[in-house]
Design a protein around this ligand. Structure first.
Ligand SMILES: Cc1cc2nc3c(=O)[nH]c(=O)nc-3n(C[C@H](O)[C@H](O)[C@H](O)COP(=O)(O)O)c2cc1C
Length: 193
């Protein structure tokens, strides 16, 4: 942790993992989580797999319409709430507060060590009408969420993507601008022991 409360992540391990076909076989939603914390290396690997910068230049691990990359990953941990900076590989402190319970409406949400909140900055989606903008934000999030599913299948983590969120309350807590849209959240943790 740095003086300003940011968390510097170790470099992601971008090799290995389960063969793709095995990860696809294992991918599933799970709603039972242990309280065990996720170590920083695993967190770094997860975030990179979910929406890090891939092999070449501007490419990410998930596609986005016109390569706009409008989705930010908010990371709700017990120690606070952060936004993932995939360039610096840093979690930037947003709130020095545990808001995991606010990221969902189901009982496992505050128990699990990590909740990702996908936030689309719709000001980056230009040239579309309102409906097209929202469709783009949600479709792009879907690809990102599936990456998290596949990483979790590979790493033996439990996960579930979630639409059931009090978006108004969460947006207010995160002080989101009106153009920032919460699309989905995703709970991640170790399976219940
Ligand atoms: C867009 C979307 C929203 C979802 N929202 C929730 C949710 O709010 N809560 C939940 O427990 N599961 C949620 N799920 C998980 C689905 O229930 C789950 O993917 C489905 O039952 C199929 O199970 P599987 O993922 O294990 O194949 C959601 C899935 C998707 C794709």
């Amino acid at each position: 942790m740095t003086a300003n409360g940011n968390i510097v992540l170790p470099a992601p391990q971008r090799e290995g993992g389960l063969p793709l076909m095995e990860a696809l076989m294992k991918r599933r939603s799970s709603r039972k989580f242990s309280e065990r914390e996720i170590d920083l290396q695993t967190l770094s690997d997860l975030l990179w797999a979910t929406f890090g910068f891939g092999g070449g230049g501007k490419r990410r691990t998930a596609p986005s319409s016109h390569n706009r990359q409008e989705t930010d990953l908010y990371v709700a941990l017990a120690s606070g709430t952060y936004v993932y900076d995939p360039v610096e590989n840093v979690l930037k402190l947003v709130l020095a507060e545990d808001i995991r319970a606010l990221t969902g409406m189901q009982d496992f949400v505050p128990v699990a060590p990590l909740n990702l909140v996908y936030v689309a900055d719709t000001s980056k989606i230009t040239g579309k009408d309102e409906r097209g903008t929202i469709e783009t934000a949600y479709v792009d999030t879907g690809f990102i969420s599936q990456n998290a599913y596949l990483f979790c299948a590979s790493a033996g983590l439990s996960t579930v993507t979630r639409a059931m969120i009090d978006k108004q309350a969460l947006a207010a807590k995160l002080s989101l601008r009106s153009e920032q849209v919460i699309t989905l959240a995703q709970t991640v943790g170790y399976p219940e022991e």
